[in-house]
Structure formats: structure tokens, C-alpha cells
Design a protein around this ligand. Structure first.
Ligand code: SAH
Length: 274
């Protein structure tokens, strides 16, 4: 899949939404995942985007809210859209092809990269999407939650879809460069320890356990195997190996009754003074 696409080209369409707070929360859910195109079809309050509650709940996404467009009907909102996904938890006998959010995100982004207009359509809080609205769409997306209670809040449903889209988008290595994990923010990527460094650490650790009589070298039981397995599982970084080896050296030093080099020097000097 060629994915030099922008998530901001994907439209989120809310049909007949009644709670201003939900519209604000939707804007926030979208912006956190990189989506920006919000379309409102017949909102209960046509000025909902200026509503105090919508503004408050949109938080840092007031730009998305401010740029939202209002449409008189669903076909109007889908005028430039070639592939539309209707979000609904209600399964109908004669509904559109059914997908989950992950499948829909994969297909939607693929179509977007081919130049198609793609939209995800969400129903009103109380009534959801009507049969007619559902059938205007090409696919039905069902979020497979708890079968005993699977009716998500509108903004949370938008969040799940937006997240699925973003994960799919990030699968493309070119887009992935923008992820900033904490270790990258510091500007210093962690260096993993080599297998040899980890084996040397393990041997040092075993030697120390013997030095403090934690294990009997003649009968180590399963301890060494467990330790080896644990160290392999953790995927240690080079600095972590250095830190642990420094600690083990000190334990050994204390166990053998040796002093730190600078302490040894100091006590030698004080003996000289006598
Ligand atoms: N009471 C409504 C549900 C409204 S929830 C009903 O029975 O249909 C508001 C919107 O969130 C829904 O219209 C739908 O677009 C979306 N949604 C909520 N839960 C969902 C789910 N499990 N799968 C797909 N969409 C869901």
C-alpha cells in the first residue's frame, strides 16, 4: 500500500448529534489521532460548534471544532466521498458488508491512497443511524465489544475508529518516523547490550551469589538457568549491564572485605602518619 496519505483527508461525519459535549469530545478524539475533517449533518443545534460545552470538551482541539462544516443531509455530506463506513452496533439482515474497525481502517487508507474520498459516519446518541442512512453507506463497521452491552458513547466510538486509522497509517515506515518515544525525545537512543555482555553479567552475578553464599557452586539447582532466562527476556541496555556490573563489583568487594581504592589509599596514608 502506498501511504503518502494524510489522515486529515479522512472525514468524520456525525449525523443528528444532540449533545454539544459529544461534538467537542469528538473533535478532541480526532485531533489526538491526526484527523481534522469534521462534518455535522443536521445537528440539533446548528451553532453547536460555538456552544460553551463543546468548546470546553474539545480542549486543545478547538481548531477542529471551529473548522467543522454543517450539512443539511447525509448525501450532501458525502458528496465528495467514494467509500463510506457506517458505524453501528445494530446488525441488520440486509445491511451493508460488515467489517471491524481494523479491517475498515486498512481498506479505507488503501482507498484513500488511490485518491478516493473516505468517510466514517456515526449516528445520533439516542437513535443511532436509521436503516436508510445505513444503506447510503458502502460498509457497516461494528466495534466488537461486550455482546451484553456494546453501545459506546459517540466520542468513544470515534476515538476507536481514529485510533485504528492511525495505527494502520503508522504501519507505513515513512509515517512512523514521527513517533516520539521518551527515549527518542532525550535525543539518545538506548543501545542494547550484546549477548556476550549479558553472558558476562550472568557469570559475574553467579560469582557474586557464590561469594555471599547465596548458592552452593556444587549444587546451583535451577538458579543459573532461571537467571539466564530472566536476563535474556529483559533485553537489557548496555548502560543497564554496566550499572548492574558496577553493583556486583561492590558486593564482591564488601564480601571479600576489600576497601574502595581511594579508601585503601587513605588508610595507607593514615598508617604512614603514625
Ligand atoms: N442508542 C444507539 C447508539 C448510539 S451510540 C443505538 O442503539 O444505535 C452513538 C453512535 O456511536 C452510534 O450511532 C454508532 O455510530 C457509534 N457506536 C456506538 N457503539 C458502537 C459499536 N459497538 N459499534 C459500532 N458503532 C458504535
Amino acid at each position: 500500500m502506498t501511504q503518502t496519505v494524510s489522515l486529515s483527508s479522512i472525514s468524520i461525519v456525525l449525523v443528528k448529534t444532540s449533545h454539544p459535549g459529544n461534538v467537542g469530545s469528538v473533535a478532541r478524539a480526532m485531533k489526538t489521532m491526526g484527523l481534522t475533517d469534521l462534518r455535522l449533518v443536521e445537528p440539533k443545534d446548528p451553532l453547536v460548534c460555538q456552544h460553551e460545552e463543546a468548546l470546553a470538551l474539545s480542549s486543545g482541539a478547538q481548531d477542529v471544532l471551529g473548522a467543522a462544516r454543517v450539512f443539511a443531509s447525509l448525501p450532501d455530506a458525502l458528496d465528495d466521498v467514494n467509500l463510506s463506513y457506517a458505524l453501528s452496533a445494530r446488525l441488520r439482515e440486509l445491511g451493508p458488508v460488515l467489517q471491524n474497525p481494523v479491517q475498515a481502517a486498512a481498506e479505507g487508507l488503501s482507498r484513500l491512497s488511490e485518491g478516493h474520498g473516505v468517510a466514517f459516519v456515526f449516528g445520533a446518541e439516542r437513535t443511532g443511524l436509521s436503516n436508510e442512512e445505513l444503506l447510503l453507506c458502502n460498509r457497516q463497521v461494528y466495534i466488537p465489544g461486550n455482546p451484553e452491552y456494546n453501545s459506546l458513547n459517540l466520542a468513544q466510538a470515534v476515538q476507536i475508529v481514529s485510533y485504528a486509522l492511525r495505527q494502520q497509517w503508522l504501519n507505513n515506515a515513512e509515517n512512523n518516523v514521527e513517533i516520539r518515544y521518551p527515549e527518542k525525545v532525550g535525543g539518545k537512543a538506548a543501545v542494547r547490550a550484546t549477548g556476550k555482555a549479558v553472558t558476562d553479567l550472568r557469570d559475574h552475578w553467579v560469582k557474586t551469589m557464590e561469594a555471599v553464599d547465596f548458592i552452593n557452586p556444587k549444587k546451583p539447582k535451577k538458579l543459573i538457568e532461571r537467571l539466564t532466562r530472566m536476563l535474556a527476556r529483559v533485553e537489557l541496555e548496555r548502560e543497564e549491564v554496566d550499572m548492574l556490573r558496577g553493583f556486583l563489583s561492590d558486593v564482591n568487594r564488601v564480601a571479600e572485605g576489600r576497601l574502595y581504592p581511594h579508601e585503601a589509599e587513605r588508610s595507607k596514608n593514615s598508617l604512614d602518619d603514625c
